[in-house]
Design a binder for this molecule. Structure first.
Ligand code: SPD
Length: 396
């Protein structure tokens, strides 16, 4: 039976887009993240040439998150359609947004997080989807579509790619060896300096994204997760500066391999990515046991979505690819490869049971009670956040 997505509190929270969840004062949801690479090109890669709309050209340019697709997704699509795909990757919403705002990217499909989409739609960056070209749209989970309508009124511009949570990944033996009674299950593992000091020698990494660490730190401090108050941000800065001496690096994709090969032992990371690290360690048979949890104090839940830029040169091919990904078997194969849940209700029975029944990937009802979305910061607060984040990263 198709799994449905039930999240009353989160839905209610997102429904009030202009009131930050958790009692904060932000506006619509909005986060941010950092950059990486995998397949063919990196975030810094030159975008495809934005030639004038090339009629029936059998080409499709996609810009997606790194480590976010099955090995054969693109090859199968190319074989089936004869369309040649150029696939570039990033690991930061900010990198993607900067390109989109500059315009003329040459990309036909991009994959922003829903919380970024709200302001990108306002900026007129995307074209409405032609749902008549998406017969598999019916496979989408209506509960998740309701959530997305909080970012994209009437679900006109985006369809979900994958979703997930932000939490703690760690190397079981290395943590246990250094602290047998480590406060696993809690944000203390990331935000309590006296705990972090015990793990400095085995490597601690944080996502390079204020939109991940600030709301989670606010939650840890018992403050509204959507707060727009400079004084709350000052508390977050003090907290993050207190753990700064123990952080090896800030990066949003490097930690996958580093966790797998033992270069780091503790990370603030994204759910599926930590499981990719677990799988890589197990394939390498290097003895590193990696696991992940959503802290009991609560954490972020987010949705990454496909959208077609207004100036996409091959919008028709983009619709073909989106519809292909909306097939149950294609969506399930992607989840089975990268571990992140999809929003395709018809795909659920095809997702490996060990993924679909794992509450750290598909959060159970209790965990979901404590999940919250990013809010869209006011431009003034956003500038403050950026400056604060730079001070934290540069340790100044
Ligand atoms: N490797 C893929 C990671 C995708 C992460 N999406 C980020 C969402 C952030 N809120």
């Amino acid at each position: 039976m198709a799994r449905t997505f039930r999240n009353g509190p989160l839905l209610a929270c997102i429904a009030i887009l202009l009131t930050a969840c958790g009692g904060g004062e932000g506006s619509a949801p909005a986060p941010s993240e950092p950059a990486a690479q995998t397949e063919s090109t990196t975030a810094a890669a030159t975008a495809p040439a934005a030639s004038p709309a090339a009629g029936g050209e059998q080409v499709l340019n996609i810009y997606n998150w790194s480590d976010y697709i099955a090995e054969d997704t693109i090859a199968n699509f190319e074989k089936e359609t004869g369309i040649k795909v150029r696939y570039d990757v990033f690991d930061s919403n900010e990198v993607l947004e900067a390109k989109l705002l500059a315009g003329n990217t040459g990309y036909d499909i991009v994959v922003p997080s829903a919380s970024f989409v709200a302001r990108q739609i306002q900026a007129g960056i995307f074209q409405p989807l032609d749902i008549s070209k998406l017969p598999n749209y019916k496979n989408l989970d209506p509960e998740i579509m309701k959530i997305l309508a909080g970012y994209d009124l009437e679900n006109k511009h985006i369809v979900p790619w994958l979703w997930g949570t932000t939490g703690v990944g760690y190397n079981v033996a290395k943590i246990k060896e250094r602290m047998p009674d480590a406060p696993l299950g809690s944000w203390d593992m990331i935000f309590k300096p006296e705990i972090l000091s015990k793990f400095k020698d085995c490597g601690i990494a944080l996502l390079d994204a204020p939109s991940e660490s600030f709301p989670t730190a606010l939650r840890y401090l018992g403050l509204p997760t959507g707060s727009q108050k400079p004084e709350d941000l000052a508390q977050v800065e003090a907290l993050l500066m207190s753990i700064r001496p123990y952080i090896k690096y800030f990066h949003s994709s490097q930690y996958i391999n580093d966790l797998a090969n033992g270069e780091v032992c503790l990370v603030l990371g994204w759910s599926g990515d930590v499981f990719i690290a677990r799988d890589r360690a197990s394939e390498a048979k290097n003895g590193n046991e990696i696991t992940y949890y959503v802290p009991r104090e609560g954490s972020l839940m987010w949705f990454d979505t496909m959208a077609i830029p207004k100036d996409a040169p091959h919008a028709d091919n983009a619709h073909k690819f989106i519809d292909y990904v909306l097939r149950a078997e294609v969506a399930a194969a992607i989840t089975n490869y990268v571990n992140f849940p999809n929003a395709n209700a018809a795909a659920t029975p095809l997702v490996n049971a060990e993924i679909r029944n794992d509450p750290s990937l598909y959060p159970d009802a209790e965990t979901r009670q404590n999940l919250f979305p990013n809010v869209v910061n006011t431009p003034t607060f956003d500038r403050l956040v950026t400056r604060t984040w730079t001070r934290i990263k540069t340790n100044q």
